[in-house]
Design a protein around this ligand. Structure first.
Ligand code: R2B
Ligand code: URA
Length: 294
């Protein structure tokens, strides 16, 4: 699962390893519970993780045990994790720190379960840059809030940079099955904040920048190929690249940031936007399962 060259050698000393935030540990029969997993689909919200799991069961024709009910596995205090056939649907919370905890624990879980050829796909929401709301952006690359293709992490007081390259072939394969869904390739920018970190002018505090500064930055971002902004892509891309796991970021856009900062769509419109990204990923998984039935 994890590239043997980057797999943490210290894990061999842990017996058991407690995957604390998932409420699972290596004294459990993880091979039996998770050994067949091929896709880990994740998004910020627990509600969306549940709705994706239900749609996956319907679309992939999987009958759940226990009377067909889709139920979370492990504890749900921090994250909600569902398994439907060979697909995991999990929530990761908002922002890179929360998501990295899920990524480390799910990657270890699947390593212990002996999984092979697993793909990680983030299905999220974002602010579009020069694209119509509801458009799904499949990321060709992650960039950080400085528009650089790197994720910066402070470890023991030192800053290290990890490349945010994504699997372009996987991105292309996902886009190829879009059918009637409005979707396109673009760079996705990951920031550490929704308000000032994304150059908004509707936060609680007086920003240091002007409307003109904001627009100049958004146009600059557009010029470098950025088509949407969210809060996880840089760390997600860096984690997958480092672990040797094919990763994709598939985010719907809730608004066009060139036209404003507020998310003004109705709940029904927002649900439709979110469904666009989920459907695209399910169409991809369905197409792959036809090629290699699980
Ligand atoms: C998109 O939406 C959330 C903020 O509203 C955040 O998790 C993200 O990346
Ligand atoms: N999520 C973000 O991080 N930014 C947006 O503008 C919309 C959703």
């Amino acid at each position: 699962m994890i590239n043997p060259e980057t797999l943490n050698p210290h894990l061999a000393e842990l017996d058991p390893d407690f995957l604390y935030h998932l409420g699972l540990d290596t004294s459990m029969d993880l091979k039996n519970m998770f050994g067949d997993v091929k896709y880990v689909c994740m998004g910020g919200s627990p509600d969306r993780a549940e709705s994706f799991a239900k749609k996956a069961a319907d679309e992939l024709g999987i009958t759940m045990p226990d009377g067909g009910v889709v139920k979370p596995i492990g504890k749900t205090e921090r994250f909600s994790l569902y398994k439907v056939g060979n697909v995991i649907s999990a929530s990761h919370g908002m922002g890179m720190p929360s998501m990295l905890i899920l990524l480390h624990e799910v990657a270890k879980l699947l390593e212990y379960a002996g999984c092979r050829d697993v793909k990680f796909i983030r299905i999220g929401t974002s602010g579009g840059v020069g694209v119509e709301p509801g458009t799904v952006v499949v990321a060709e690359e992650g960039v950080n809030a400085k528009l650089k293709p790197e994720f910066e992490q402070v470890e023991l007081g030192e800053t290290y940079k990890y490349p945010t390259t994504l699997d372009r072939q996987l991105a292309r394969e996902i886009l190829d099955v879009k059918g009637d869904i409005r979707a396109q390739i673009g760079k996705t920018m990951g920031t550490d904040d929704f308000y000032e970190g994304q150059g908004r002018l509707d936060g609680a505090l007086k920003p240091r920048y002007t409307v003109a500064d904001k627009m100049a930055f958004l146009h600059k971002a557009y010029g470098t190929g950025v088509r949407n902004i969210e809060m996880e892509s840089a760390a997600f891309a860096a984690f997958c690249a480092r672990a040797g796991i094919p990763g994709a970021v598939v985010c719907t856009t809730l608004l066009n940031r060139l036209n404003g900062d507020q998310v003004t769509s109705t709940p029904a419109e927002l649900a439709q936007f979110s469904d666009n990204a989920q459907r695209l990923v399910l169409q991809y998984i369905k197409a792959e399962r036809k090629k290699k039935p699980a």
